[in-house]
Design a protein around this ligand. Structure first.
Ligand code: ZN
Length: 265
């Protein structure tokens, strides 16, 4: 499932065509165009589809990422791109699961591929997504450290996209390990120093993952974590790379988190 680093890599890929005209918009699968915030294919937006088709000939503006969403613009038409579970953009755009294809005046074509179809494009003029908190990567350490609050496990607070946008299950587990914090710790019980350590760990984790992604080719393996060297995520029962203790798994708010009972308190 694409997390913030994969979405950021996607944004960088889409930024290659900034300033070019979109000379072709081929909506292979019309239900890819949905109302803002809707994930179900049943939320098809016929008006949005018409507006997207009419945007042909417009200039592709520099895309912007907010959490795991990308805001793009073709001329006067605004788009939000959601990758969902398996969505990705692939240069060439002639794959079996291609849902949408954009052709640029420089001669390139890029396709939006999505096997599971949770990904979609929303046509909207709204510049800000009010369902999302500040972007985790773009927010400084001190500000970020103050966003995870409540009588809830810190792991759940990290995943709350209204608190801070962009941290998913994998990077939350890894950042908590880096910061030496148990995922079940109550968010409000963290000291200011622990919060700051966690904010730094989140930034280091996300930035490290972005740096690890191949910027040139297919951006990540759809059902894997690429070449990321994972410390705890999905490693229940395996030895902690730091102390050797067996990693444990806990389920918090319906999401599972692996952690080291020795290194994380
Ligand atoms: Zn350990």
């Amino acid at each position: 499932m694409p997390e913030l680093p994969e979405v950021e890599a996607t944004r960088r890929l889409l930024a290659r065509w900034t300033g070019q005209r979109v000379v072709g918009i081929d909506v292979v699968e019309p239900t890819t165009v949905r109302r803002p915030g809707a994930t179900s294919p049943g939320a098809f937006d016929a008006v949005g589809l018409e507006r997207l088709r009419r945007a042909e000939g417009g200039v592709w503006a520099a895309p912007v990422r907010h959490g795991k969403r990308i805001a793009a613009r073709i001329g006067g038409t605004g788009l939000w791109i959601h990758l969902g579970m398996t969505g990705r953009f692939v240069p060439g755009g002639a794959g079996r699961f291609t849902r949408l294809r954009l052709s640029f005046s420089g001669g390139d074509t890029v396709g939006f591929e999505d096997a599971r179809r949770f990904g979609h494009v929303a046509v909207t003029e709204a510049a800000v997504d009010r369902d999302l908190g500040p972007d985790a990567l773009a927010t400084d350490d001190v500000t970020l450290s103050g966003l995870w609050r409540g009588r809830r496990p810190i792991h759940a607070a990290l995943l709350d996209q209204r608190a801070s946008a962009g941290v998913g299950n994998l990077h939350a587990a890894e950042a908590l390990h880096r910061a030496g914090l148990a995922p079940a710790r109550i968010a409000d019980s963290l000291s200011a120093v622990e919060r700051l350590d966690l904010a730094r760990a989140v930034h280091a984790q996300l930035q490290g993952a972005i740096d690890a992604i191949d910027p040139a080719g297919i951006l990540w393996v759809a059902d894997g974590e690429g070449d990321l060297d994972l410390l705890v995520y999905d490693r229940e029962g395996e030895p902690c790379r730091r102390c050797g203790a067996a990693l444990e798994r806990v389920v918090l708010g319906g999401r599972s988190a692996c952690f080291c009972p020795h290194c994380q308190r």
